[in-house]
Design a protein around this ligand. Sequence first.
Ligand SMILES: C[S@@+](CC[C@H](N)C(=O)[O-])C[C@H]1O[C@@H](n2cnc3c(N)ncnc32)[C@H](O)[C@@H]1O
Length: 324
Amino acid sequence: MHRLIKRCSELELDEFYVELSELINERKKHVSEYINSEERLKKIFNELPSGTVPSSVDLNSDWIRIGIKKDLNTNQYEQLDRSLRDLHPWRKGPFDIFGIKVDTEWASYMKWNRVKDHIEPLAGKRILDIGSSSGYYMFKMVEQSPEMVLGIEPYLQFYFQYLVLQHFIQASDIFCIPAKLEEMPVLEKYFDTIFCMGILYHRKSPIDTLKQIHDNMRKGGELVLETLVIEGESETALFPQNRYAKMGNVYFIPTVRCLTYWLERAGFGNIRCIDTSPTTLKEQRKTEWIKTESLADFLDPDDPGKTVEGYPAPIRSVLLANVK
Ligand SMILES: C[S@@+](CC[C@H](N)C(=O)[O-])C[C@H]1O[C@@H](n2cnc3c(N)ncnc32)[C@H](O)[C@@H]1O
């Protein structure tokens, strides 16, 4: 049984039990069929060193560190190295896993460090992380002792990365469901803090997404919203004709003012922008842990202030807002 379902009562999730367990069981079936259909994945999960407790786990530094090389024998180390490489692309991190330096495409600590000192303390809180990827931010939250953190991550390769990390970290109050936001039942008024980072520009209907998020939060709860923005004071949004920075699934890129109006319409107040930063090659770049293109390939080689399509290069803002 999924750990979250086991702890439903303790976490006061009883009223959502039926819908949650149906979703989790359906996803679990899908995930195990997927793993069983691929020898490569079966091998990865069968060959994870079991009973190996890392001699130390450090979730507080920019690189999340799990154990040291000496905790594993040579066979285990080489096998784990192969397994981790097989789980590419590693987008969000970085991680040092028994001395294997998983230098992810994104230096995710740059975003976390922009956010962490501005948000309400997470101790004792119920938190949702939408699009949790490898779980990097969820693991960073552990040091503050939240009551629970639930991640949702539909892309199985990233979910598998989370499973491998959690296999070693064993963070008891961190959970992840491999599902899309729109597949989740509304856990009405449940969460104290919701992180929606790197999500909104992928939504065809951003205000509906903000409303859905709103309905999952208790009154006064805090939304941490990070998304692509365009500069300017007007209340407009860029809508790319086809692609933005080679991504085919980018819809609306608002100004901060426009984003503020969306948040107001969705029922949020006390809206403030705590950071606006351009995305640099220090934060997003190609490493040996991804095999795809990265930021440098998405920008105009003659004018890095523009994407290859001629749109303004990526800038991201972080906004905080509370449920009214
Ligand atoms: C741009 S990444 C952002 C990751 C992370 N939140 C961050 O800010 O660094 C978007 C993430 O959302 C996930 N995702 C895509 N569609 C989703 C959906 N419908 N519901 C929830 N997550 C989704 C992707 O697989 C990916 O991990």
